[in-house]
Design a protein around this ligand. Structure first.
Ligand SMILES: NC(=O)c1ccc[n+]([C@@H]2O[C@H](COP(=O)([O-])OP(=O)(O)OC[C@H]3O[C@@H](n4cnc5c(N)ncnc54)[C@H](OP(=O)(O)O)[C@@H]3O)[C@@H](O)[C@H]2O)c1
Length: 226
């Protein structure tokens, strides 16, 4: 397989979107190496893949692994799983920001992160506010290219039971039928499409800061050539 020599770092590779991203990155000839910082090993073996068991509270100890071109951040939790708003914020704000700081300092050029539809630092909703805050802080770091993905409800096979998502999945065919025109950005979206959109964005020329709403993620992700 001929590769073009870029290197990628991925966090959140065990998650719904991240597990799709890692498959794409390993398949792509654009990347010669894919490093995953993770709490638990992926059931994957690949000559391009390096898995680093990571304590995210000590991210600065992994600096030798973060000298990469492209950084993909698919980290995330829920307030219920994390146990408190504070613990949620650590995963969805502190870790991504620290990762961005370390990788930028080590020379990374491109940063890709999933936040969520409705991300807004001034939101009254805690979840949306944290997502908006992380976006705002990332923009200050100064990556040559920053892509922010704001998906609607994610679809995909999840082991953990999440009631809100389950209801969304059941309603998804109806919602998808009703959500046309401006409402398209509220349509539930498959994790696979988000992953593909992140990859396709990485293949686009040009620098700057880009925010992709869910309908645009869908369009980007519908290009399946890797
Ligand atoms: N679910 C939705 O409908 C929805 C909608 C819009 C946006 N989003 C956002 O999209 C992103 C990806 O979502 P997803 O559903 O793919 O996420 P997910 O399946 O819940 O996966 C989250 C990833 O983050 C890691 N993680 C969680 N807590 C951690 C911690 N304390 N330390 C280190 N790693 C930790 C998980 O690792 P482990 O496997 O080790 O736990 C996993 O790899 C998230 O930021 C989410 O907020 C989700």
């Amino acid at each position: 397989m001929e590769t073009t020599g870029k290197s990628a770092l991925l966090v959140g590779a065990t998650g719904l979107v991240g597990s799709e991203v890692v498959k794409i990155l390993l398949q792509s000839t654009k990347y010669q190496s894919v490093t995953v910082l993770t709490r638990r090993l992926l059931p994957l073996n690949h000559p391009k893949l390096e898995q680093v068991i990571t304590d995210f509270d000590q991210l600065d100890q992994y600096k030798q692994h973060v000298q990469v071109d492209d950084v993909y951040c698919c980290l995330g939790t829920t307030i219920k799983t994390a146990g408190s708003q504070e613990a949620f914020k650590k995963v969805d704000f502190t870790y991504p920001l620290e990762l961005a700081q370390f990788t930028k300092a080590a020379g990374a050029q491109n940063f890709f992160i999933i936040t969520a539809m409705g991300a807004d630092p001034n939101s009254k909703v805690f979840y949306s506010r944290v997502k908006g805050e992380v976006e705002a802080e990332l923009k200050k770091i100064g990556f040559p290219t920053l892509h922010i993905f704001r998906p609607s409800l994610l679809l995909g096979e999840r082991k953990e039971f999440r009631l809100g998502e389950k209801i969304g999945v059941i309603l998804s065919p109806v919602l998808s039928f009703l959500m046309v025109g401006y409402l398209k950005k509220y349509k539930p979206i498959h994790a696979k499409d988000v992953a593909m959109a992140m990859y396709q964005a990485s293949q686009r020329p040009g620098s700057g800061s880009f925010t992709h709403e869910s309908d645009e993620i869908y369009n980007l992700g519908s290009v399946t050539k890797i």
